[in-house]
Each structure stands twice: as C-alpha cells, then as structure tokens.
Design a protein around this ligand. Structure first.
Ligand code: C5P
Length: 219
C-alpha cells in the first residue's frame, strides 16, 4: 500500500507521516529532505538557487542517501551527514527555490518512485498524490491555518535552539506557500481523490487516528 501525504509547510506532515509509518510498519519517505539536500548543495557551491543552468552543474553528480538507525532517519549529501543542517531556515528557502526547477524535480521524483516500488510506504511532500504516486491507495492533503502552522514551526525551531523569531518564520512559510503553489511543474495542489484534513484544531493523535481509520477502510 502507498500512502501519499501532501500539504503546505508546517501542516504537521512529517510528524504525522513518521508516526503513521511506524504504526503500520511501513517505510517513511521524507521527500522534502531531498529538496533540502539539493538546496544545501547549491548554497555550498555558491549557486543561484533559482537558476536551472547553474543547478545543472551539480544535479547529475549529487548523491543523496537516507539511512535509518535507532535515532530515526539520517540524510547524507555526497557522503556527509546533513540531517541537522538541512533544517535551517535558509535551507528551507533554497529548497523551495530549487524545487521550481524541472530537472531537479525529475531527478528526485525518479529516486522517490524507485524507493516506493520496493515496499509499502508513507511518502510526504507537495506533489506525491498528484505526480509522484498518482496511483497511491490513500491520499491525504494535510493543511492548517497559516498562523497555526507558523506557531508549530516556530516552537520546533526554538526547541532546537535555533535563533529566530515568530514573524520571520511566518514570512518564510508564506514565501514557500506561494513559491510551491505557483510553480509550473508539479505545484502544491490537493489531488482530486485526496482526503482533506484541516489540522488547525486537531491534536497529533486525532490526526493519526483519523488516517489510521482511513487506512483500515481501504484494507
Ligand atoms: O517538506 P519540507 O518543508 O521539508 O520541504 C522543503 C521544500 O521542498 C518545500 O518548501 C517545497 O518547495 C519542496 N518540496 C517539493 N516537493 C516535495 C517535497 C518538498 O517541492 N515533494
């Protein structure tokens, strides 16, 4: 079974997807981390993150690996552990920029589809239900009010001791919402056959239980 979970930044996709995958014993695939890794590679190489010509210089030689251990998932960019670095706010913006470039998307979508061929997966992102796994048995579009999403992201960053403030977190979310939904290639959009879950007033457990009940209906 393939479960696609899409939605805007800060809607709770990764927390929810990780838990649902664990409970069902499925593989969790965080596609956002892949775009973040490309964004980080572009920053490190001093490239313009919106330039297809410049990104072409790195995209075909980049290696992105995901490894699971007892602490969760780790991401390696060209062999280096970048799990923490890819969560920085500047990398969020770079990820959203590189994600507008078709050749970047095609390369990552290919990796994502290959990963999903092998096992039951919960995959989260922006275009999973509409583009990466259009035949997924269950599609969820997870969203929440922008202020609530900003509050959640801010809390998460503060817990990680990042230096930030609420207003800049909210701005970053608004920037990414616009960038992600207005791009031409595979924009952020609810699939016609996705179930919409507005989590503004829902607890994490409520969202997880709702998704598990939808999975049960499909089985
Ligand atoms: O999910 P996360 O916030 O980590 O994703 C970072 C960025 O990667 C998003 O803002 C979006 O631009 C891009 N992305 C995407 N398609 C996906 C996953 C993420 O365009 N499937």
């Amino acid at each position: 079974m393939k479960i696609a979970i899409d939605g805007p930044a800060g809607a709770g996709k990764s927390t929810i997807s990780k838990s649902v995958a664990k409970m069902l014993n499925y593989i969790y695939i965080d596609t956002g981390a892949m775009y973040r890794s490309v964004g980080l590679a572009a920053i490190k190489a001093g490239l313009d993150t919106r330039s297809e010509t410049e990104l072409q210089r790195i995209i075909n030689n980049i290696s992105i690996e995901i490894k699971n251990d007892e602490h969760g998932q780790k991401f390696f960019l060209n062999g280096k552990d970048v799990t923490k670095e890819i969560r920085k706010p500047e990398v969020s913006i770079a990820a959203s920029n590189v994600a507008t470039i078709p050749s970047v998307r095609l390369k990552l979508v290919d990796i994502q589809r290959k990963l999903a061929e092998k096992s039951s997966v919960v995959m989260d992102g922006r275009d999973i239900g509409t583009y990466v796994l259009p035949n997924a048995e269950l599609k969820i579009f997870l969203t929440a009010d922008v202020d609530e999403r900003a509050r959640r992201r801010y809390k998460e960053l503060i817990e990680k001791k990042a230096e930030t403030n609420f207003e800049s977190v909210r701005e970053e979310i608004l920037f990414r919402d616009k960038n992600d939904s207005e791009r031409d290639f595979a924009p952020l959009k609810q699939a016609d056959d996705a179930v919409l879950l507005d989590t503004t007033n829902m607890s994490i457990d409520e969202v997880i239980n709702k998704i598990l009940s939808l999975v049960e209906e499909k089985c």
